[in-house]
Design a protein around this ligand. Structure first.
Ligand code: FAD
Length: 389
């Protein structure tokens, strides 16, 4: 039977990040993915590498600071995958936040980003409003512009997996993890590839199966505590017609939630919604009401934009189960471990694409000495990501 230092389940951004960080630390790693790399949430995000301006309203400074630090690292190790884009916040007569509030938020955002050119923002002169992709000027009072990051989430995930593989990680695609049983200091892990069941042992296991994690935890021994979480679907729609000036951060005319209108592969992407989902994670799909909600948003702010529909898709957020609306709940990553006194299994709940590298390091920190000490191969903060195949 083969032996690994670490088995990672799920090749979304978190599984990719943990596999890469462990391989960089010199560990032997097996990464199991049932479908394709980034098949789950990691190809259905808003594709932003950002600090999350709106988290400042909930005084979530730690998350914003960490995300902005990760943005800076990604811009330097993956300039071919992550770029800084102009973000515009139009303020209308009925916009809920006033220009002075947004300026205060953007000053704080810039401060948390460490000042510098990337952290600057400006109020756009009225004469420039007409150049903003046909943005409606009816009732427009101000437009604020700042910079944040955009990526191709699936490509970024593939690049991180490729980086892990280049450092020796074994990747199995079409490999469905079945169970993990702890016996003292070792886990017995089984998975299937087609009709064939495989087994290995590992010093540690990381469950990075995103919205599937609670199902997976139920198939582990010991079970360990499970965080109370809820799956919340987020829909994007893609419409014909380009945006050339960057990204627009608008408020839904229906309920004032933040919605992004973004350029995407020569077309326009609008998202997202937040609708609790209780079905199987792989079955998540946009509802007609969500598609209409996003379409109305585009109509309100870009009335001349061609609204020819190309596609719609949904992804699942894993959020803490609380009475607050999904929009107001923490985006902070949560970890569940098998035994707090001797951790050999960590499950990752929630989190951000942006913070995948920092999350991976926290996972390894929680595993502590569970894995044998090896000679380090690289530092993921400075290791350039490959151009994925
Ligand atoms: C609508 C939406 C928009 C978002 N926008 C942003 C954004 O703009 N910026 C940002 O930073 N974050 C964003 N996020 C958050 C971010 O996308 C997620 O935190 C991240 O993608 C989660 O990745 P993951 O690896 O945990 O899960 P996933 O990407 O879902 O990966 C889990 C993987 O596990 C695999 N798997 C499941 N079961 C098994 C099994 N039994 N055996 C083997 N493999 C298995 C699945 O096939 C899947 O590939 C957004 C999230 C949503 C939902």
């Amino acid at each position: 039977m083969s032996e690994f230092d670490l088995v990672v389940v799920g090749a979304g951004i978190h599984g990719a990040g943990v596999a890469q960080a462990a391989a960089a630390a010199g560990s032997s790693v097996l990464l199991l993915e049932e479908r394709e790399i980034a098949w789950g949430t990691s190809s259905r995000s808003s594709k932003l590498i950002h600090g999350g301006l709106r988290y400042l309203e909930r005084a979530n400074f730690g998350l914003v600071r960490e995300s902005l630090r990760e943005r800076k690292i990604l811009l330097s190790i993956a300039p071919h995958l992550v770029s800084l884009v102009d973000f515009h916040i139009p303020v209308y007569r009925d916009t809920s936040r006033r220009p002075w509030q947004l300026r205060t938020g953007l000053s704080l955002y810039g401060m948390l980003a460490g000042f510098g050119k990337d952290a600057q923002f400006a109020s756009l002169p009225r004469a420039e409003w007409s150049a903003l992709d046909g943005l409606s000027t009816d009732g427009l009072q101000a437009v604020l512009r700042y910079k944040d990051g955009q990526t191709d989430d699936a490509r970024l995930t593939r690049a991180v997996v490729q980086s892990a593989v280049e450092m020796g990680c074994s990747l199995r695609l079409g490999a469905r993890w079945l169970s993990a049983q702890r016996e003292n200091d070792v886990y017995n892990v089984s998975w299937s590839e087609g009709a064939v069941v495989h087994e290995c042992t590992a010093s540690a296991v990381v469950l990075a199966a995103g919205p599937w994690n609670s199902l997976l935890q139920g198939r582990c021994t010991p079970k360990g505590p499970m965080p109370q979480v809820e799956l919340v679907g987020g829909t994007h729609i893609e419409l014909e017609g380009p945006l050339v000036r960057g990204i627009y951060y608008v408020e839904s005319p229906q309920d004032r939630r933040a919605v992004f209108v973004m350029p995407w592969r020569g077309h326009t992407l609008i998202g997202t919604t937040e609708t609790p989902w209780s079905g199987a994670p792989e079955a998540v799909e946009p509802s007609a009401a969500e598609v209409e909600y996003l379409g109305l948003c585009l109509e309100r702010y870009f009335p001349e934009h061609p609204s020819k529909f190309i596609a719609a898709w949904a992804g699942l957020r894993v959020l803490p189960k609380e009475s607050a609306s999904p929009f107001a709940r923490s985006r902070e990553v949560q970890f569940a471990v098998d035994n707090p006194d001797s951790v050999r299994r960590v499950a990752i709940y929630g989190g951000k694409l942006t913070g995948y590298r920092a999350t991976a390091l926290k996972v390894l920190e929680r595993l502590g000495n569970a894995m044998p000490q090896r000679a380090r191969k690289a530092d993921t903060a400075t290791l350039r990501l490959p151009d994925p195949n």
